[in-house]
Design a protein. Structure first.
Ligand code: AHR
Length: 503
C-alpha cells in the first residue's frame, strides 16, 4: 500500500531558518590544514585558503560554522592563534594527539567566513576544560570590542580593524565526557558555565550562549546532566547542545536506516527536560536546542584506531576520522536532516560535524583535488530548499521491523513552504529492496505542479565517491511524479533520498 500524508498551510511546526544548516570546523586531523587551508596549493588564495574547497562549501550552502572544537577547544589557548603567523607557538594537542602549529587561527577563521560570503556566521567556542571565566572574557574583548582597550587594540594591531561581532558562543564542549580534557561533573560545569555566561553578558549583552548538554543520549548521566546544568544556567543561556552520531551497529543496516527515530526521541527528551526545569523555576523563557554535532560516523573504527596511537608521535594534521560515505550513509544523513526540520520549533541551531575531510561531506587531497562525498547532496539540497515554514507532516506509512527501534515507518518525510508559496517535500524510503508509492494530499496549499523530483539512490548501496571516481554517485531526476486532483503521486526508489519540488 502507498505511504500517505496530508499537507495544510494552517498546520505548521515552525520556521526553518538558516542556522539549521550549519557545520563545524575543528582543529582535528585535516579539517583545517590541507582541508580549508593549504598555502601553496594550486588553488590557494593570498590567505592560503583553498578556493576549490571554498567553492564546494558555498555550493553546500552551510551557514553557521562552529570553531575551533570539539574536543580540541578544551586545550585551546586563543592567544596562541592570533598575531603574526611566524611567531605563533607550536603546541601539543592532547585531544587528538597531534601538534598544533597555530598557522591558522582566529583571524584566518574570520577571513574564511568573509570569503564564503554574507550567509556565513561564526559560532565560537570558549575553553571551559582547562580554562575559565577570565580567558573567555579576554577572547570576547579581543573579538568583539571596538577598540581603545588592550585586547581590542591588539586585534587592531594584528590587522583586523573591525570587531568580529561574534554573536553565538559555545560554553565549552562535551564537558560530561570523561575523555574531555578538564572533564567536570554537571554541578561543577553548570556553575562554571553560569559564571562565564554572566561575565560574558556583562562585557557584551548581545551574545547568544550555548550550554553543553550531554555528548550523547547514551551517556549514563544523560538528562540528569541537562537538568543540573540548566538549573544553574537557565536565565543566562539561550540554547542547550545535543550531539549524536550514527553508524550501523554490528552491521544492522535496517536499524541504521531508522536512526532518525533515535534523533527525534533525543530532541523530545531534551525539550522535556529543559521545560521541566523552566516549570520548576516558574520561568516563561524557553530554552532552544543547538544540535551542534550530528552526522554518520563509523565510531567503533575510530575507537579501535585511536588505541594504536604511538604515544611519542605527535604528527601535524594526520589523517583522522576520514570516513568515506556510501549511498546508504547519504540516505541516513538525509533522514537526520528531515528529523531536524521536523523539530524546527525547538532546534534553533544545527551543525553537521564536520565540514572537510573529518567525517565530512567534502574531501581533499593535499596538493590535489577536492570532491563531494555522497552525503554532500542531501545536505546541499536541504540547505537550498529547506528554508521557510515547516509543515506538520504525520505519515501513514507501511512499516518494517528493526532490532533497535521495533516497528519503524518505511517513509520518513517533512515538507517546507517557502516565502513564494512553493513547497518542497523531503522524503526517505527506508525499504532496501522495494519502491515505495507515495500519495500526498495537497489540500489548500495552492500548488498545482511538480517542478522537479530529484533522488539519490543506486543499484549499489555501498557506492561511494572517491579520489579516482569523484562523480560515481550524484542525484538523478525522477520522471512520473505528478499532481492531479489535489494529490501528489510519486514512487520512491528503494533506499532513496528524495526532494520533490512543487509550485
Ligand atoms: O566531531 C568529532 C568529535 O566528536 C568532537 O571533537 C567531539 O566534540 C565529539 O566527541
Amino acid at each position: 500500500r502507498p505511504a500517505r500524508f496530508t499537507l495544510d498551510p494552517a498546520f505548521t511546526v515552525g520556521t526553518a531558518g538558516p542556522r539549521l544548516f550549519g557545520s563545524f570546523v575543528e582543529h582535528l586531523g585535516r579539517c583545517v590544514y590541507t582541508g580549508i587551508f593549504e598555502p601553496g596549493h594550486p588553488t590557494a588564495d593570498d590567505q592560503g585558503l583553498r578556493q576549490d574547497v571554498l567553492e564546494l562549501v558555498r555550493e553546500l550552502g552551510v551557514t553557521t560554522i562552529r570553531y575551533p572544537g570539539g574536543n580540541f577547544v578544551s586545550g585551546y589557548r586563543w592567544e596562541d592563534s592570533v598575531g603574526p603567523a611566524a611567531s605563533r607557538p607550536r603546541r601539543l594537542d592532547p585531544a587528538w594527539h597531534s601538534t598544533e602549529t597555530n598557522r591558522f587561527g582566529l583571524s584566518e577563521y574570520m577571513g574564511f567566513l568573509r570569503r564564503l560570503g554574507p550567509g556565513a556566521e561564526p559560532m565560537m567556542a570558549v575553553n571551559l576544560g582547562t580554562r575559565g571565566v577570565a580567558e573567555a572574557l579576554q577572547l570576547l574583548e579581543y573579538a568583539n570590542h571596538t577598540g581603545g582597550t588592550a585586547l581590542s587594540d591588539l586585534r587592531i594591531a594584528h590587522g583586523d580593524e573591525d570587531p568580529y561581532g561574534i554573536r553565538l558562543w559555545c560554553l565549552g564542549n562535551e564537558m560530561d565526557g570523561p575523555w574531555q580534557t578538564g572533564h567536570k561533573t554537571a554541578r561543577e560545569y553548570g556553575r562554571l558555565a553560569a559564571e562565564t555566561a554572566r561575565a560574558m553578558r556583562q562585557l557584551d549583552p548581545g551574545v547568544e550562549l550555548v550550554a553543553c548538554g550531554s555528548s550523547s543520549q547514551a551517556m549514563p548521566t544523560f538528562a540528569a546532566w541537562e537538568a543540573t546544568v540548566l538549573e544553574e544556567t537557565y536565565d543566562l543561556v539561550d540554547h542547550i547542545s545535543l550531539h549524536a552520531y550514527y553508524w550501523p551497529e554490528d552491521g544492522d543496516v535496517d536499524s541504521f536506516l531508522a536512526s532518525a527515530v533515535d534523533m527525534e526521541a533525543f530532541i523530545a527528551r531534551v525539550v522535556a527536560t529543559a521545560d521541566h526545569v523552566g516549570a520548576r523555576l516558574k520561568s516563561e523563557k524557553r530554552i532552544t536546542l543547538s544540535f551542534d554535532e550530528w552526522n554518520v560516523w563509523y565510531l567503533p573504527e575510530w575507537e579501535a584506531r585511536s588505541q594504536e596511537f604511538a604515544r611519542d608521535d605527535w604528527p601535524e594534521a594526520p589523517r583522522l576520522l576520514e570516513d568515506r560515505y556510501s549511498v546508504t550513509d547519504a540516505v541516513v544523513l538525509g533522514s537526520l536532516l528531515i528529523a531536524l526540520l521536523r523539530h524546527a520549533d525547538r532546534v534553533a541551531v544545527a551543525c553537521l560535524a564536520q565540514l572537510v575531510n573529518v567525517i565530512a561531506p567534502i574531501m581533499t587531497e593535499p596538493g590535489g583535488p577536492a570532491w563531494r562525498q555522497t552525503t554532500f547532496f542531501p545536505f546541499a539540497q536541504a540547505a537550498r530548499h529547506g528554508r521557510g515554514q515547516v509543515l506538520d507532516v504525520r505519515v501513514d506509512s507501511p512499516t518494517y521491523e528493526t532490532r533497535k527501534y521495533g516497528e519503524a515507518d518505511l517513509l520518513h518525510a517533512t515538507a517546507v513552504r517557502a516565502e513564494d508559496g512553493s513547497v518542497t517535500v523531503f522524503a526517505v524510503n527506508r525499504d532496501r529492496t522495494a519502491p515505495l508509492p507515495l500519495e500526498v494530499a495537497l489540500g489548500r496549499l495552492g500548488v498545482t505542479r511538480v517542478t522537479g523530483h530529484s533522488a539519490l539512490a543506486d543499484a549499489d548501496p555501498d557506492a561511494r565517491n572517491t579520489l579516482t571516481e569523484p562523480g560515481r554517485v550524484v542525484p538523478h531526476e525522477v520522471t512520473g511524479t505528478a499532481v492531479a486532483d489535489g494529490t501528489l503521486t510519486a514512487t520512491l526508489e528503494p533506499l532513496s533520498w528524495n526532494v520533490i519540488r512543487l509550485a
